[in-house]
Ligand binder design. Structure first.
Ligand SMILES: Cc1cc2nc3c(=O)[nH]c(=O)nc-3n(C[C@H](O)[C@H](O)[C@H](O)COP(=O)(O)O)c2cc1C
Length: 382
């Protein structure tokens, strides 16, 4: 039909709807949300970070607890959908490579690699050969320079390049790939970053004779936004914040209500113990940290390579696990800049239908605007 969203093709995979649901840790996007999105033709993503700690156990062999919990979550998602399922692995995690190995063993469709540059892939994956495995690899970048660095490195080291790339701009939720001062720089719009990344990867598309879809993320909220970024040359979008206020989102209802109740002025940038800025909803926990209060904790396992656990004022893994359970006295919610716009909880199906309608409406309006500004235009499609 006229103005329908196009499919998103990544290597041999085809998503009927060009929407990837962004991975949200800890425990915000698990098999429930991911399978619901996959059932609607998008790509559903399970967030791997802290997945083994989510059951409340914070003892024992963490790496294996995470690996096993991820394996089970992928299997649960698979049992609920025949659609496309992926995993989000933060490269800053100490066990990032193990989580990537499990994702490949379980044959997830995509492995999305955020919060760091994925330059060193697990040996077992390299030995099998990137061409011989089902999983497609997608790094998240915040600049053309970062994309070029990753693609150059993979081309030289693996004679292979990532299958797609996600460009995440400064309006996203969670950890952001910018220095705090860069977040407000006028040139750092998602529009500019998308075209920057498209230019950076073009030589690799030619060298490897393969299309590399560019996926836009960060502040995309409506079908009309999706239309805009597809017109700018993106092949799809990644959206996270808008999926939080769905019935299927895996967080406690109090986490979702935090989104429904927040105002635009409640969204703030924090200095995360990960060593990156992050966007979150302000609350007394974050205010007390800003006021210099320390939340003493024992670090049983250094889950983040970049965390200086002896110096940081709180444990971010614990704070996010508490938030997922709705216990905001001990934690806080990450959220994108549009979180304040949600006013009710709906189903993923309703959300995807709304996005499709908004997209159609925007594409029709834009076509009609073109007709009006081009007097000789043939009215063959109305
Ligand atoms: C609650 C929350 C948790 C997130 N957790 C992760 C994560 O674990 N790994 C990651 O790469 N990105 C994470 N993100 C970023 C999203 O995957 C996504 O790229 C980004 O938020 C897109 O912008 P939007 O939320 O405005 O749609 C998170 C975002 C939110 C809102």
């Amino acid at each position: 039909m006229f103005g329908n969203m196009p499919e998103l093709q990544i290597g041999h995979l085809r998503a009927k709807t060009p929407v990837i649901q962004g991975g949200m840790g800890v425990g915000i996007s698990l098999s429930g949300l991911a399978s619901a999105v996959a059932n609607e033709g998008g790509i559903g993503i399970i967030a791997a970070v802290g997945i083994g700690m989510n059951g409340g156990k914070i003892s024992g062999d963490f790496s294996e607890a995470n690996a096993e919990a991820l394996r089970q979550e992928i299997r649960t998602a698979r049992s609920k959908t025949d659609g496309l399922i992926g995993v989000n692995v933060m490269i800053a995690l100490t066990d990032a490579n193990r989580l990537l190995e499990v994702s490949v063993e379980e044959e997830v469709d995509v492995a999305i690699m955020g919060a760091g540059l994925p330059l060193k892939l697990p040996v077992s994956i390299v030995e099998t050969g990137l061409k011989n495995i089902h999983t497609r690899f997608i790094p998240i970048v915040s600049s053309g320079r970062a994309a070029e660095l990753i693609f150059n490195h993979w081309a030289k080291k693996y004679s292979h390049i990532p299958d797609a790339v996600i460009v995440e701009g400064p309006l996203a939720g969670g950890h952001l790939g910018f220095k705090a001062a860069e977040l407000t720089q006028a040139s750092n719009t998602l529009e500019n970053l998308v075209s920057d990344v498209i230019s950076a990867i073009r030589p690799f598309e030619q060298q490897f004779q393969q299309p590399i879809p560019v996926i836009a993320a960060g502040g995309i909220y409506t079908g009309s936004d999706i239309y805009k970024f597809l017109q700018l040359g993106a092949s799809g979008v990644q959206m996270a914040t808008r999926f939080v206020t769905t019935h299927e989102c895996d967080a406690d209802i109090r986490f979702k209500e935090m989104y429904l109740d927040c105002r635009e002025s409640d969204l703030r940038i924090i200095d995360s113990p990960v060593g990156l800025p992050g966007r979150a909803i302000n609350n007394p926990f974050l205010e007390s940290v800003s006021a210099g209060e320390k939340k003493p904790f024992k670090c049983p396992w250094k889950c983040l390579r970049t965390c200086n656990f002896e110096k940081v004022p709180y444990c971010i893994a614990k704070a996010l696990i508490f938030a997922q359970k709705g216990k905001f006295h001990y934690g806080f919610a990450f959220a994108g800049s549009n979180a304040w716009r949600a006013d009710k909880i709906i189903s993923v199906q309703e959300l995807m239908d709304t996005l499709k309608k908004e997209y159609q409406c925007e594409s029709r309006t834009m076509r009609l605007d073109n007709v009006q500004t081009q007097p000789n235009f043939v009215y063959d499609y109305i």
